[in-house]
Design a protein around this ligand. Sequence first.
Ligand code: SMG
Ligand code: MG
Length: 385
Amino acid sequence: MKITGVELRTVRMPLVSPFTTSFGTETDRLAVLVRVVGKAGRPHSQPVEVQGWGECVAMERPLYSLEYAAGALEVMRRFLVPVLFGQGPTGLGPDGEITAERVAALLEHVVGHRMAKAAVEMAVLDAQLRGTGQSLGGYLGAERHRVPAGVSVGVQPSIRELIDVVGDYLAQGYLRIKLKIRPGWDVDPVEAVRERFGDRVALQVDANAAYTLADARILRRLDAFDLLLIEQPLAEDDIRQHAELARLISTPICLDESIVSARAAADAIALGAAQVINIKAGRVGGYLEARRVHDLCRAGGIAVWCGGMLETGLGRAANAALAALPGFTLPGDVSASDRFYARDITTPFVLADGHITVPTGPGLGVAPIQDVLDAVTVDSTWLQP
Ligand SMILES: CSCC[C@@H](NC(=O)CCC(=O)O)C(=O)O
Ligand SMILES: [Mg+2]
């Protein structure tokens, strides 16, 4: 495919309710979308124009990880997108041809900025697949047509409100509850959910790196509640400390922020720092690297599940396809669109019998609804060679 232009579009979408984690409260989602336009050659016929969408998962503020939306936008505009036009240190194919499988290598000279790179690769991959007619799920190796849906529950103002929120999600049919925890909001909320809804509810917690090894005693108290896992209890770069914590608690440790690549996953597993891995394509640099993490974990008998970054329907479609790979044996944070948004920019993903359906159309299988997209657009930049 030869890329003829790229749009970087920033959208701001209000959340249906505040989402509080150990690092702050989100009331809306600022996201940078990438739209790649190109010409895809076809054997014995004229090239056809294709376009593809990518979603950058970097949050507005660098609180989940070091990337943030405005920074990712700048890196894409100045350093990543020009490479798609042949302006990088590594040449493109004959007459400027590029494939999605080459994007990571072409961008490798830029250090880090994995979420920005992932969005660019996703848009090229979507355009490429729309050109060939293959679905993203089919391309990645999805083996299911629907995936079990879990839901992430923020820190609530009170235990009573938490019980109401969890009860509502369970009534909607969610198959797994994930509670955000932080120092001072950990044992009590977990105990209250267990007391109210019993031991049969699939329950896990996510600390977003809010604790240290000094908190081991408190984290060990969570062992009493038969949790599926505790997600990222310690800091992103506390790999040895997570391995130490794993020896002090019986709840399986799942890493999220720490797993920035397949190599990081291999290291964390080898060091005993992770017994479960939360895979997020944006965090590891793209859906192709996410599949590598999946393959590596599957070979090593490590359960994985698909994490979420409050994606619009674009990223949600891609996550559903990824979550349908065989190694994703735990429900992920692939919730319905209305978990976060009153109006998604695509046809909304809805919960059906606790599951989200994997799109089957070419590429992502979904596309933005133009007037909805325009209504939430706060900026758009068009780049061309
Ligand atoms: C604003 S918090 C985003 C990162 C967080 N994501 C979730 O809790 C799931 C959000 C979702 O369902 O998209 C995580 O650390 O796993
Ligand atoms: Mg997490």
